[in-house]
Design a protein around this ligand. Structure first.
Ligand code: AMP
Length: 274
């Protein structure tokens, strides 16, 4: 499965990506994380990106396209990936199309997490508070001033991707204002509907969450309750057939009684057809 998560900073892309990778065993390819790692390691890419990131600007397209292209080639991305934070501009999306074509990889979906802008600042503030609580280093670009700039760049450079992917019939939009697990469920339903995941991937994760014995019991119970359902369908079908036969007989009798000119047989057939 190969998907893109699209949404402004604070829309929950990172959180959803984390939950999806656990569920489907695929990898999250976050350009933001890769760039932060490059900055921390002091690589040439990191040195280039450091100031730009700190001020809330966008790192040049060729730099991020290069790191994504290399990352997709890694063995762990073979089974699928979630692109988080990439592409962020139309030229990046075009470059991605090209490189996926070249690598014979098909994109399953682009999922836009739609959120109210008014909620974003408080979401990012919550993220900062939680990171501080966990004793983690807070991102230098998670300040109200830089966030305002990141939002402006999202609006002008990234939002056009919504049109780009909807024109290519790849875009699906999910209400990102729902609770985290509701958003995850909505994404799962969407992936099922698109055929990007097997229905069993749902069962598998449910079974994983429950102890093996419990899962077995639940499966047995489900199988048992499925049987009466089958029976019920059969019963309904049988009853419907019986009613139809009765109606035909009744109509025929009536026609004979009335002494229809066309004769009972013809009327019966006609009515029965209806
Ligand atoms: P994120 O973690 O996705 O919020 O990204 C953090 C920062 O990394 C962004 O504000 C940009 O400066 C930079 N960045 C991440 N992804 C990209 C990208 N696809 N194109 C350009 N810059 C990026």
């Amino acid at each position: 499965m190969r998907i893109i998560l699209l949404g402004p900073p604070g829309s929950g892309k990172g959180t959803q990506a984390q939950l999806l990778i656990q569920r489907y065993g695929i990898v999250q390819l976050s350009t933001g994380e890769m760039l932060r790692a490059a900055v921390a390691a002091g690589t040439p890419v990191g040195l280039k990106a450091k100031e730009i990131m700190a001020s809330g600007g966008l790192v040049p397209d060729d730099v991020v396209v290069g790191i994504i292209s290399d990352r997709i080639d890694q063995p762990d991305a073979r089974h699928g990936f979630i692109l988080d934070g990439f592409p962020r501009t139309v030229p990046q999306a075009e470059a991605l199309d090209e490189l996926l074509k070249h690598k014979h990889i098909k994109l399953d979906a682009v999922i836009e997490l739609r959120v109210n802008e008014s909620a974003l600042l408080s979401r990012v503030e919550t993220r900062v508070a939680q990171m501080r609580e966990r004793g983690e280093e807070v991102r230098v670009d998670d300040t109200p001033e830089v966030l305002t700039k990141r939002l402006a760049s999202y609006r002008s450079l990234t939002e056009p991707l919504i049109h780009y992917y909807s024109e290519r019939r790849k875009l699906s939009t999910i209400d990102g204002m729902m609770a985290i697990d509701e958003v995850t469920r909505a994404i799962h339903r969407l992936l099922l509907a698109l055929g990007a995941v097997e229905p069993k991937s749902h069962t598998r994760s449910a079974a994983k969450a429950a102890p093996a014995k419990k899962a077995k019991k639940a499966a047995k119970k489900a199988a048992k309750s499925a049987k009466p359902a089958k029976k019920a369908v059969k019963g309904v079908k049988k009853a419907a057939k019986k009613t139809a036969r009765k109606a035909v007989k009744k109509t025929a009798k009536k026609a004979v009684k009335k002494g229809s000119k066309k004769g009972p047989k013809k009327v019966t057939k006609k009515r029965a057809k209806r």
